[in-house]
Design a protein around this ligand. Structure first.
Ligand SMILES: NC(=O)c1ccc[n+]([C@@H]2O[C@H](COP(=O)([O-])OP(=O)(O)OC[C@H]3O[C@@H](n4cnc5c(N)ncnc54)[C@H](OP(=O)(O)O)[C@@H]3O)[C@@H](O)[C@H]2O)c1
Length: 261
């Protein structure tokens, strides 16, 4: 008989809980008896999630992870029933655009850096001391297969996820002896609002990556997050890299300007 952690003891702080993986993870943890602090910018979505999951199980905070002062305030303002955070799911993030590097919008690049890198490090840095003081916890970051495999038009997004991957590995070294686990979740093709955000609301373009194939779902990713955090405290899953069965890595791209033969 293998004993997993009791999910009724989980108190999970989630960034990006208004959609996709974050919302699915909130539902997964609460369904298992845990409590969540669900955050994001869209207040109406957070209110809907709280109505669905119950205010005793789901506390909501409207915030923008790029706003360091707001993040500091949020970390200091957790109400008592939710104060025992033992899982931080640093999930909020986005891709914007798919243009080649020389044509990409610099504002898009800045937004990805501010969200995927700065927002993520604020989240982790501000919530770590509390978990250490309480004797342990788990940081789960949302990387991507893009952090491992480059693709055309993915430059800053991919680089931001490479940052996440390495940040997750690096902080493990600093957390030796603190009973804090760190896991980077690195998904591939998963159907959420991710593509709609990348293509700025263009539904046609957003649907294309998922057309005619079976992508993963937000629930698939939430389950892997839940599993990694449920393992006994002496086990650290460094990373989980997932792809849809229909997705694989392509051949190297070789530019050819010499006539054949
Ligand atoms: N879907 C994929 O194929 C895929 C693959 C690999 C990795 N990922 C990563 O997984 C994470 C979740 O993506 P998803 O697929 O679930 O996308 P999604 O459905 O678009 O959800 C993204 C979430 O991030 C939040 N967010 C974005 N910017 C924010 C900000 N400045 N402040 C606070 N929250 C912010 C959004 O909330 P608000 O808009 O309400 O603020 C939303 O809840 C991201 O880090 C993404 O890069 C996704």
């Amino acid at each position: 008989m293998y004993t997993l952690l009791d999910p009724r003891n989980f108190v999970v702080f989630i960034t990006g809980a208004t959609s996709g993986f974050g919302a699915a993870a909130a539902r997964r943890y609460v369904a298992a008896g845990g409590k969540v602090i669900a955050t994001g910018r869209r207040e109406d979505r957070l209110a809907g999630l709280q109505a669905e999951l119950g205010a005793d199980n789901c506390h909501v905070m409207t915030l923008d992870v790029r706003d360091r002062a707001a993040m500091e305030k949020a970390a200091a303002d957790i109400p008592a029933p939710f104060a025992g955070i033992n899982i931080v799911l640093a999930n909020a993030g986005l891709a914007l655009g798919l243009q080649p590097a020389a044509e990409a919008d610099l504002d898009d690049w800045q937004t990805m850096i501010d969200t995927n890198i700065s927002g993520l490090v604020y989240t982790v840095r501000l919530l770590l001391p509390g978990m250490i003081a309480r004797g342990g916890g788990h940081v789960v970051t949302l990387g991507s297969v893009a952090g491992e495999f480059a693709y055309p038009g993915g430059s800053v997004y991919a680089a931001s996820k490479a940052f996440v991957k390495h940040f997750a590995l690096a902080i493990r070294s600093d957390l030796q002896g603190k009973n804090i686990r760190v896991t980077d979740i690195e998904p591939g093709l998963t159907e959420t609002e991710f593509s709609l955000v990348r293509f700025k609301g263009d539904e046609g373009k957003a649907a294309a990556p998922y057309a005619g194939t079976m992508a993963m779902t937000a629930e698939d990713i939430a389950e892997s997050i839940f599993w990694a955090t449920s393992l006994p405290a002496h086990v650290n899953v460094n990373k989980i890299q997932l792809m849809a069965t229909t997705q694989a890595i392509g051949p190297f791209d070789i530019y050819r300007d010499k006539p054949n033969g």
